[in-house]
Each structure stands twice: as C-alpha cells, then as structure tokens.
Write a protein that binds this ligand. Sequence first.
Ligand SMILES: NC(=O)c1ccc[n+]([C@@H]2O[C@H](COP(=O)([O-])OP(=O)(O)OC[C@H]3O[C@@H](n4cnc5c(N)ncnc54)[C@H](OP(=O)(O)O)[C@@H]3O)[C@@H](O)[C@H]2O)c1
Length: 312
Amino acid sequence: MNDSSTRPRPAGIFTLAGRPAARVGYGMGQLTRKSESAENYTGAIALLRHALDLGINHFDTAQFYGNGLANRLLRDALGGHREEILIATKAGAAPVPGAPIPLTAAQKPHELRAAIEANLATLETDWIDVVNLRRMDYRPGLIADGDQIVPFEDQLAEMITLRDEGKILGIGLSHITAEQLRVALPAGITCVQNIYNMLDRSFEPLLDESRERNIAWVPYFPLGGGGYAGLPKVTDDPTVQDVAERLDATATQVGLAWQLTHAPNTMLIPGTSSIEHLKENIAAGDITLDHDTMRTLDRVTSSQNDPTRNPV
Ligand SMILES: NC(=O)c1ccc[n+]([C@@H]2O[C@H](COP(=O)([O-])OP(=O)(O)OC[C@H]3O[C@@H](n4cnc5c(N)ncnc54)[C@H](OP(=O)(O)O)[C@@H]3O)[C@@H](O)[C@H]2O)c1
C-alpha cells in the first residue's frame, strides 16, 4: 500500500499502522446522524471528497454508525482512493437499527470478528487499516454487563489473530485504562482512542503513556461532542473565546490547535457536516500557539473532569 499522493497533509503527519496520516483527520459519527435523507447523502459524499482534496487521509468510522451508513458513505465517496486513505473502525458493539440507543455491546471474541467482517463487507475492502477494540468498562456510553463482561486478554488474542490473517493492519484501543494499555503493549498497539479535550483531561496519564511510547493519541469528542452527549463544549469556554478573538481565529480552531500543540502524537478526528467547518478545522493545523497562550489554555478545566474514569 503506497501513499502516492503529494497532497499537503493538514497539521503534518503521524504514523498510523505504519503509514503516514494527516494529524487532522475526520470522524464519521456526526455526519452519519445528519445524512439519512438522499439529499443529505449526496452532500455528505461531496464533503468527504472535499476532505480528501484538502489533504485529509484518515477517516474514523464504525459499522454501528447508522447501521452501516458511515461505511457506505466512505465506500461511495472514497472507494476509488482506497490506497490513499486510512480507515479506522471499531469492534465491540453491534448496530440495533431503530432503537433509542442504536447499538448494543458485542464484546465477545467471535463478535469482534463478526464486527470486522461486517465492516469489510460494507466498506467493500480487503483490509482495514486500524480497528479500535472499544471497551465498555465505564461511562460515557454503554457499560457491558452479564456475559458481555469479557476478559481483555481474550479480546486481544482475537484481534491479534485477525491481524495475522491480514484483515486488519493495526490494533487500536478505545475507551481503555492505562493498565489495559500496559497489558496490550506486547501485541503492538497502533493508537489509543479515549475521550479527551481541553475541558476533559481525565486521561492525561494515558496520553502521557501513549506519547512516551510513540503511540498515536486519537481523542474522541475533541470538541466535547458538539453537545450531543450532553458534555460541555470547548467552544463555550470564555478563555478559549478570548484567545480566539486575540488570534483572529475561531474557538473551535483554538480548541483543536491546543490539542495538536499539547502532544505531538495527537491525531484529531473532529466530525462536521459543514464544508466551512471542515476548512476551519483543517486550518487549525496552521495556528501557532505561543508558550504563554498554551499556559493560559492549560489552566482551562471543567467541573465535569472525572478522575475516576481512569483507574491507574
Ligand atoms: N471511540 C468512541 O467511543 C467514540 C465515541 C464518540 C466519537 N468517536 C469518534 O470521534 C469523532 C469525533 O467526535 P464527535 O464528532 O462526536 O465530536 P466532536 O468532534 O467533539 O464534535 C463534533 C461537533 O462539533 C461541531 N463542529 C465541528 N467542527 C466545527 C467547527 N469548525 N465550528 C463549529 N462547530 C464544529 C459539529 O457540528 P457541525 O456538523 O455543525 O460542524 C459537531 O456537532 C466521531 O466522529 C467518531 O468518529 C469515537
């Protein structure tokens, strides 16, 4: 698999599953929620092609985003560029179409395999660059119970087998603890995807550990989830807004630029359904935050920070 493109990569590159990926990528979660009509589907396809034209080559998806809709969008928009893009997906949940929460835990090893097979089929690809093993040990999100409480080691063994079979190139871990990362290290871990943004730094120790080991840190809800999950939005913070005004940037850009500057292994996957927002997010990679501004932003915190999320 060669990346033959000479497109400039937003915010430069970091290595993911052995391949160079733009540090500003794209997350499919929100787009899927807004793309169910045929008209919106066409708009979403255009947005994804625009993202590629602007240098984004890392797309984060899941079969359970819209019961395959996110993967169909990726296939239809970018299937002709499969060698150029990196697709990261998730295993650990299965779609439940029409349910108020349209997914359920699917943590057992054979369910991880089924999730990966479903992704391969919908994406119409022979390989997936990264699969994040999505655990369900704490909130936000579903918590595994009953026979869905599965030993981490058993899941990891199945992921390694899937990698040996060539179905996946890299193993990622999502919604994990620092202890789980340490257990998984001998397997070779490509990335960690936990909730993290300027207002929620519960996982700072896990970020530190990933940085020390040169493992990509791919925070989910990098802007706070856009209000969708009821979490505070980075863009509502008055300090972020002040800095944005001073730099003639937007609050979103300040929130993203802070993450890129804070840790060199950070790879962002903000989700957006707007081409203007997409361009803005890409341009965040060009913003320089000086030392004093970084210290000011470092002091921004939220009362929602939850240290119990990360039982190190
Ligand atoms: N592993 C996991 O458990 C997990 C969980 C959740 C999400 N994820 C992944 O993480 C990705 C990112 O999370 P997310 O998309 O839910 O949350 P997010 O990136 O924190 O926030 C997305 C929200 O921000 C808005 N937004 C984006 N760019 C903007 C801009 N420049 N100006 C103003 N508003 C802007 C979007 O609205 P507009 O459409 O209006 O721009 C959207 O509502 C997801 O797409 C998904 O791939 C993973």
